[in-house]
Structure formats: C-alpha cells, structure tokens
Design a protein around this ligand. Structure first.
Ligand code: MC0
Length: 156
C-alpha cells in the first residue's frame, strides 16, 4: 500500500462503516489443547499469551501470539469441552483446521446491525462473552463464502 493510501486508510472517516479494525485472530479447531499449544510453540515459535475455558462457547482455548507482541496477530487454538460443542461438531465433520476468522471491531452491536442490513445472518441477537471479557457475535458461514466470521469488541 502506498503512503497516501495508508494514510487514508488510517483515517477513521474512510474506514468501513462495519468498524473493522484488524484481524483479531484466526481460530483453529484442535482435539487436544495442550498438545496443540506445545506444537505451535515448538514448531512455529509462537507464545501462549492466554488460556481460558469458555463454558458458554463449549471450548477450552489458547491465544497464541504470532510475533513478539500480539500486534502481530494471534492464532486461537480451540478444543471442545463436550461433544455438543460447536468445535466437536466441526472436528467430526472436517477434522482439525481453520474454523473461523475473527475481526476486531470498534462496536460489535454496530457491526452486527450493519451486516444484518446487508443480509447477513448473525448467530446471536445480542453479543455474548468471548475471550478475556470481549463481546462477540458471528456471521453464519453460509452467508460469508464458507467462512465463519467472528466479530470481536475488545474489553474497554
Ligand atoms: C459449519 N459450517 C461451516 C462451519 N461450521 N463452514 C465453515 N466454517 C465453519 N466453522 C457449514 C457446515 O459444513 C454446513 O455446510 C453448514 O455450515 C451448516 O451446518 P450446520 O449443521 O448448521 O452446522 P453446525 O450445527 O455445526 O453449526 C454451525 C455454526 C456453529 C456456525 C452455526 O458452529 C456455531 O454456532 N458457531 C458459533 C460459535 C462457535 O463457533 N464457537 C466456538 C468458538 P453444508 O454445506 O454441509 O450445509 S468460541 C470463540 O471463538 C470464542 C471463545 C472467542 O473467540 O472469543
């Protein structure tokens, strides 16, 4: 991107009305969280910066920083807590692999409303609790070219 384009892009007045700010993380479904953390650390040299159990989402997850800081983006490793978990269903159907792409948004309710207006099905009527107190919603993968899109509003 040229300097002018980069400057324009950084200007709030011309960024998307959905309020996308950056890629928050790429979510990868795994069967065993501890094994996956060990693999990403040993093979790719990523750093585990956060581990949490989210019973609402039916997952145990680890946020892996790709670069020296999380500014370089994260891979989120997602393991199912039970057979009913969305991750268990994904693993059954597709095996381990990329399950979602997550974007940081300025305001998850605004982003959801704009996307609904554009005909996207949002999975939740209201945001739910995501990693580390974030507020999240998802666009159905069938409306987004086969990609489960997560919208993440970080905690204030
Ligand atoms: C299902 N499909 C997918 C998909 N999951 N396509 C791409 N990516 C995925 N992840 C496809 C199926 O193959 C199927 O295609 C069609 O969508 C409908 O399938 P379904 O039978 O309705 O599928 P379900 O029952 O597995 O539900 C899919 C759905 C579910 C996306 C609604 O996974 C869901 O509610 N996800 C949102 C919550 C979530 O993923 N939580 C775990 C991450 P065909 O062609 O066969 O019709 S938790 C998280 O991410 C939190 C902790 C965070 O980051 O803060």
């Amino acid at each position: 991107m040229g300097q002018d384009a980069a400057a324009k892009h950084a200007d709030d007045s011309v960024t998307s009305d959905v309020g996308l700010l950056r890629i928050d993380h790429v979510g990868v479904a795994v069967a065993d969280l501890d094994e996956a953390v060990e693999f990403y650390t040993r093979v790719f040299g990523m750093t585990c910066v956060h581990i949490e159990e989210n019973t609402d989402q039916g997952v145990r997850e680890a946020m892996m920083s790709v670069g020296p800081t999380t500014e370089g983006g994260c891979v989120q490793l997602l393991a199912p807590l039970s057979p009913a978990s969305a991750i268990a269903k994904f693993l059954d159907r597709s095996g381990p692999g990329v399950q979602q792409v997550a974007y940081t948004v300025r305001d998850v309710e605004v982003a959801a409303a704009v996307l609904r207006d554009r005909g996207m099905r949002l999975l939740y009527d209201a945001p739910r609790r995501g990693t580390a107190g974030s507020r999240i919603n998802f666009v159905h993968p069938k409306d987004a070219g086969g990609v489960l899109v997560e919208l993440v509003e970080p905690p204030r």
